[in-house]
Design a protein around this ligand. Structure first.
Ligand SMILES: NC(=O)c1ccc[n+]([C@@H]2O[C@H](COP(=O)([O-])OP(=O)(O)OC[C@H]3O[C@@H](n4cnc5c(N)ncnc54)[C@H](OP(=O)(O)O)[C@@H]3O)[C@@H](O)[C@H]2O)c1
Length: 242
């Protein structure tokens, strides 16, 4: 008996999201795999005939989300789990202030998550069960000079998830934020990958924690380190120049 029978993974065409789809399908769960690159989704679906439904969708088309959500849950025949893994982190140089990049990060990493996870919250609040999972990041724990708006987007996502948890946990709904550190995926392909976690390992952690309401750092060391870093006074954190 699989842990989940019906799941939606948003941001399923590569990286952590694609690995989550694979792990769910391997257990016999029926999964709707959502992202823009339909070719990648179809290849993923072909690995698990009859179990993975590829759905081409751009999460920044916010008005389409309620209709796609209804259609997908209908095709699946139910919903036990939703994972929001869509995310972008364009390269930003130290002196760059590019509103187009900033806007894209807020639209994909925050507004898309709210559009999708609100739909799941409405459904699960009524059914009084289900798991809502978002992939946050350790990058949301402080405002750093290197990626101001990526940091902002992950902090906003974490706060939204906390508020959602405080609203719907009382109905028996699990609301889970996962905070990975650097992970070897397309997003980080321009960086040195030594020491990074694999997407498969992070995906496995996500599913292990997916019914444990709360926030979870993927690495235990990050839990300790970021507890300390979060409590640095701002003037001291600024001097570190990270
Ligand atoms: N890699 C890391 O070091 C790291 C660390 C901490 C947290 N995270 C987070 O983990 C999550 C997964 O990222 P990843 O590392 O697995 O990167 P990835 O391989 O680049 O995956 C990103 C996913 O987001 C989807 N996406 C981007 N824009 C979209 C849009 N407009 N509409 C729908 N889907 C969209 C992509 O699909 P399409 O392009 O096909 O639409 C892709 O499936 C992200 O939220 C990221 O911020 C990553």
């Amino acid at each position: 008996m699989p842990k989940y029978r019906f799941a939606i993974v948003v941001g399923a065409s590569s990286g952590i999201g694609a690995e989550i789809v694979r792990l769910l399908a391997k257990e016999g769960c029926k999964v709707a795999a959502i992202a823009r690159r339909e070719d990648k989704l179809k290849k993923l679906a072909a690995e698990f005939p009859g179990l993975v439904i590829p759905v081409a969708h751009d999460v920044t088309c916010f008005d389409e989300v309620p209709g796609v959500f209804q259609s997908v849950t209908g095709q699946l025949g139910g919903l036990d789990l939703i994972v929001y893994a869509s995310g972008v982190m364009p390269a930003v140089s130290g002196a760059e202030f590019d509103f187009a990049k900033d806007r894209q990060m807020i639209e994909v990493n925050v507004l898309g998550a709210i559009a999708w996870l609100n739909q799941a919250a409405i459904r699960f609040q009524n059914t009084k069960c289900g798991s809502i999972v978002a992939i946050g990041s350790v990058a949301g724990d402080r405002g750093r000079c290197g990626q101001p708006v990526y940091n902002t987007s992950k902090a906003a996502l974490t706060t939204y998830m906390e508020a959602l948890r405080n609203r719907v946990a009382r109905f028996g709904v699990k609301v889970v934020t996962i905070k990975p550190g650097p992970t070897a995926t397309e997003m980080t392909s321009h960086m040195h990958s030594s020491g990074m976690a694999s997407a498969a390992a992070v995906a496995s952690f996500v599913l292990r924690k997916s019914d444990k309401t709360g926030e979870h750092y993927v690495k235990f060391g990050h839990r300790i380190a970021f507890f300390i870093i979060r409590h640095f006074p701002s003037w001291l954190f600024r001097r570190l120049n990270v």
